[in-house]
Design a protein around this ligand. Structure first.
Ligand code: RB5
Length: 148
């Protein structure tokens, strides 16, 4: 079994989550689906927080979130220590989020990306290493001193 990757969405991201989940499984990842499990209306923080907790605790290294714009999921996930959730609407954004920001959660704006684009964004997120170097101290400064 490959790396365990948690994934979650609200209703707006549900359909795309199912597609992304299938792609991750096909790529050999051990996907942990934290919901939602239908297109019925839900509240995105109820899904963002449990996924972010997986990253904050170190139980998972990377995760994927989806909602309509990506914004609500990112706001909630980024309240957690050590979580760097990047809303990515282009492969280039995901690539830079990895290279420069060491993003550990990919947030897909499901209502604004095609399935084809979402897979290209996912691939950049999964396969681009963090550059480190001058970016390391910047990433370190994201955590607010005294709150770790
Ligand atoms: C749901 O309608 C929508 O508000 C939600 O998916 C997300 O875009 C919020 O940020």
């Amino acid at each position: 079994m490959g790396e365990r990757i948690p994934i979650a969405s609200d209703h707006a991201g549900f359909e795309m989550k199912e597609k992304i989940k299938a792609k991750l499984i096909a790529k050999g990842y051990d996907v942990q689906d934290l919901g939602t499990n239908s297109p019925a209306s839900t509240d995105y923080p109820d899904y963002a927080h449990p996924l972010a907790q997986e990253i904050e605790s170190g139980e998972a290294k990377r995760g994927v979130l989806l909602c309509g714009t990506g914004l609500g999921m990112a706001y909630a996930a980024n309240r957690h220590h050590h979580v760097r959730a990047a809303v990515s609407w282009l492969p280039e954004i995901a690539e830079l989020a990895r290279k420069h920001n060491d993003a550990n959660v990919l947030v897909l704006p499901a209502r604004f990306v095609s399935e084809e684009d979402a897979e290209a964004i996912l691939d950049k997120f999964l396969n681009t290493p963090f550059e480190g170097g001058r970016h390391q101290p910047r990433v370190d400064k994201i955590e607010i001193e005294g709150t770790k």
